[in-house]
Design a protein. Sequence first.
Length: 382
Amino acid sequence: MSSTGWFVYWGVSSLAMICFVMAAQQTTRLGERSVHGSSKGLSLLCILSVFVLGAYFIGLRPINLGSDTPNYVRAYRALGSLTGAREVGLAYFGNTEWLYWPVQAVVKLLVPEPSAWLLTTYALTFFGAWLAYRFMAQELGAPAIIFILLFFTYELVFFGNILRQVASYPLGILACYQLSERRRFRASALFAIAVGLHWSSLIFVLYPVLRILPITTRVRAVIYFAGALAASGLILALTQRIGGASAALGSMASLSEKAASYSGGTTGFGPVYTTFNFFGCVVMILMYLLALDDVRRSPVFNAVFLLFSGLVVVGVAVPTLSERFITNTLYLFPAIAWVVVRRLIPRSEGLRRIALAVFFLTMGAAVLMQKSAIYTLGLVSD
């Protein structure tokens, strides 16, 4: 990355983390009436700083970089009427969801330029992260501001490339919380919108099953993940059979191609278990096992984490499947990290925030040095 990029990263992120830590210190040291104003102002400055950081790396990046972004831009430029938007998306990008491109056709009426559209998309993704984390943080007993830590994980890259999926799964998470409160209409509407944005959100139909699984001890959790790993070979055999059967029928070429892509042995960067992000998910599972006694008191978050991480493990032999849900799993990293740090440092929120700030600042720098991040975000060196 260029020296300018590193200057922006360390300068803006350091400001954000200083505010992140000081907001906790204000809460500790000032009287209750003073705390509200002081910590609220520091939290707002923290959030604005992270928004600017993400806008620099995501919203203002070159529009011709990344594996998906150029195709998104071409499709966006071709959008015309609302009624033909889905067909445009199918022709230029190849996706068949019923909602994503019609929504973008409406957005284009207000934001016609692709570069401004990418910035708008980033802003909506940022808002979605804040909204999903409000619910997760409340259940976990964490401050909602921990959502800013997302932008120091590999989600920073995902937010700039896999636009449909990162718009979709926060809505799926919100649907789970609405369902837990017996607001079935809201949950159904959010689920339908999530699936309309990206098919992968269909996996949220499994949420009720994960909610009732009696995974209340580390032994049972280990059995769950071991079972997911054992199922990986079965999933691989299934995708290969689907691919072979659909190819034989001839009229199902698209299904055959999709099955073939899922049954390949490697990702674009080698076997999935050698990738930076898969290692991050393994670390998260270990953190989950460490903090299980605390996490299980938050049944919605617990079920969502088991759903996402279980699919990553199931996909070890099916890299495209595993990669798909690595994105979702890493979305929960700040939440699980907060629970673990709270367990290790139970008495001082200030020290907890310092530990998280140092950890995520380091992780953010490591992310920006990854080849895939450099390629996607256009992080060229001087």
